[in-house]
Write a protein that binds this ligand. Sequence first.
Ligand SMILES: Nc1ncnc2c1ncn2[C@@H]1O[C@H](COP(=O)(O)OP(=O)(O)OP(=O)(O)O)[C@@H](O)[C@H]1O
Ligand SMILES: C[C@@](O)(CCO)CC(=O)[O-]
Length: 494
Amino acid sequence: MSNGVNGFHKELEGLHVNGVTNGGSSSAESDRKKKMNRKNSSPMMPAFMVSAPGKVIVFGEHAVVYGKSAIAASISLRSYLLVTHLSKSRRTVTMQFPDIDLTHSWNIDELPWEIFNSPSKKKYYYDLVTALDPDLVAAIQPHLANISLGKPEHERKIHLNSAASFLYLYLSLGSPRSPGCKYTLRSTIPLGAGVGSSGSIAVCLAAAMLLQIRTLSGPHPDQPAQEARVQVERINRWAFVAELCIHGNPSGVDNTVSTYGKAVVYRRSKPPTVTSLWDFPELPLLLVNTKTPKSTAVEVGKVAKLKDEQPELVDTILEAIDQVAKSAESLIDEEYFDSEESESLRRVGQLMTINHGLLSALGVSHPRLERIRELVDHENIGWTKLTGAGGGGCSITLVKPGVPQEKIERLERQLEDEGFQQFRTTLGGDGVGVLWPAVLKNGLDEDEDGGMEIDIEKFLNAPGNDGVESLVGVSGGLDGAEREGWKFWRIEGQ
Ligand SMILES: Nc1ncnc2c1ncn2[C@@H]1O[C@H](COP(=O)(O)OP(=O)(O)OP(=O)(O)O)[C@@H](O)[C@H]1O
Ligand SMILES: C[C@@](O)(CCO)CC(=O)[O-]
């Protein structure tokens, strides 16, 4: 972007040498380097990818918007963003978001750079932006006006949300000298289900654009944890800006857990506090999608309205949710807490039940969520709460230890018959990751030639979520291990 094609390429090459290459000087490696060097003579930057996970909020949604604590964990469903650069003469920037059937290009030279770069408005990569600038929001409106005209209103709203966050970030971090570029995104996270689809996209866009302007170092294995944390926080801050465009008043918990990965305790203070829970227990959670889509902005708005009308009551409920999240944090920190032992799980489950009741009192449950609870309770299988914004979306059930398999299977069949969808996902995966260049080794013949280049066509043609995971997935290695090539900022110990 602003730093010119060759500068960017060089920087990322450093990133590659430091971070991605770990196979020594094998002949395959040197062949690949030769190939890459040949490409250096071209003015085009290499394609690269970034990825970030979705999340579940285990405790504290909604209250977290009002400065209370929340506990959230990343999940194994992820978004993947492929960034490809165009030849110098092509002055367009394109977002290609096939999951929502949206592709749109802008002429870079026609975008409102002047106002974004004016001295009173300009924000730099190191700035902490906590609110959108209404003048900048107004300046991008004409550039959104012809997006998806004629589509049904709810579909167009989704498109406009994605386009607005993309453009606001692009104009904030890029420059009129940014090279032509295409951002192609595929996500395995269901949209509007409360499992952080927008947060993970926000993180991917922020990470990609910060990498393009050379403001991130690493990730590489010998990077000190403290330095890695600075990079991760930089991404997180800008991802929050993208979330502001979609949600209106997000707490920042979604983009934070998606950036950091694993599990976090998050509190929206100034600045927000993030405590990573490195030993977050492997809770046996069943994630069920009501398949009733909702909008986080709408659900957050509902709570705000209730708070206006019943300030004292709502404050008491929010305070109680804070107590639940804090009790959960102390509980899992107890020396004798054991996620395989029934008394420990019963106490977590009890807190989940209370948390759900309080959310329900805030008016963000939904008959379909209550139906899941009814089915789980009827079979005495575990403890259920909504997760995320509610109003539809997903629930999580903590499964009691020792429940007979046939009971679980009966519940699963019943859920399926009633049109619910169950997710297989594990909690506590990696946060934001980078694949530079967009080349992967997939155990095929081409590995000898340096690996398989991920181009737009391959990426778009990968069939479904499984196709995306097997083509580019971060855990596509043997037995679900991390796949060689993807790199993550390691902040453990901080
Ligand atoms: N795969 C995707 N491609 C492009 N844009 C997406 C995609 N997934 C989500 N979005 C954007 O994120 C918005 C969804 O945000 P919403 O808050 O409704 O859901 P969520 O992020 O899944 O929920 P929660 O915030 O409760 O976890 C959409 O309107 C769209 O703009
Ligand atoms: C409902 C909410 O608390 C969680 C959405 O995943 C909103 C937010 O924190 O921004």
